[in-house]
Design a protein around this ligand. Structure first.
Ligand code: ADE
Length: 243
């Protein structure tokens, strides 16, 4: 898979991309991640990516001309400044899945992550400032995604979250193939509790059943704890009946 990240803070991604399994997945060729500085597509001497809003109001708006040009270059794998004709054309096929990170998008879920992980290419567009010119939504984005009902300073954290969630689903990234399937959300429930040594810590003991060796009883205990935890913390995952 290839992932292109478009941002005005390319340096932000050095940590997330150089750490742990995301770094390994790049090193072994499972994923090819490229970070692009949106300012490379500006044409004025201040390299501005934002401007004041038509109609007035507080805050700055991200410019559509810069973002559209950047997306066209990245889609077609051509350097900044190369004209793409006709506009928004993508050589050799449909436009890659292009996700605009914005609090007004649909909320990221594990189901959407699974869908994105099936794509050959992903382009993640990080917004900043008070807003993004509506024509970016019209001309560039195939999807608009939010990572939750709160407002970040920009889309970078959200894009990093998508990278992590998607990369861990790519074949060969997780050591234990089972673990991706048994985790929170994959079964529509939160995960059951986990324990490792020591058996006792400050009066808190590992439940007897987990040390029993009875695999049936362990599975039943885990299913019950997962359901109980989901009921307590995320009853919305269980639907109206709560079961
Ligand atoms: N940019 C600012 N807030 C965001 C959010 N909650 N999700 C995605 N992108 C954002």
């Amino acid at each position: 898979m290839r992932i292109d990240l478009l941002t005005i803070f390319p340096g932000y991604f050095s940590g997330p991309l150089e750490t742990s399994l995301v770094a390994t997945a790049q090193a072994d060729g499972t994923v090819d991640i490229r970070v692009h500085d949106l300012r490379d597509w500006t044409t004025d001497r201040h390299r501005s990516v934002d401007d004041s809003p038509y109609g007035g109001g507080a805050g700055m708006v991200m410019r559509a001309d810069v973002l559209v040009a950047a997306a066209e270059s990245v889609w077609n794998d051509v350097p900044p400044g190369t004209q793409v004709a006709p506009p928004q054309h993508v050589a050799g096929g449909p436009r890659p899945r292009t996700v605009l990170l914005t609090p007004r998008g649909r909320t990221l879920t594990q189901a959407l992550v699974r869908e994105l992980a099936e794509e050959e290419r992903l382009v993640l567009l990080c917004g900043r400032y008070e807003g993004i010119d509506e024509r970016v939504h019209d001309l560039v984005a195939t999807d608009e995604v939010s990572v939750g009902d709160y407002v970040l300073m920009g889309g970078e954290v959200a894009a990093a979250a998508i990278v992590e969630a998607v990369v861990r689903l790519l074949p060969g990234v997780l050591g234990n193939a089972e673990s991706a399937v048994l985790e929170s959300f994959e079964q529509g429930l939160l995960e059951h509790p986990h324990y490792t040594r020591p058996v006792e810590l400050r009066g808190h003991t590992v439940p007897e059943v987990l040390r029993s060796g009875d695999h049936g009883a362990i599975a039943a205990w885990r299913a019950e704890r997962a359901l109980e935890r989901t009921r307590q913390v995320r009853p919305d995952l269980l639907g109206p009946g709560g079961t």
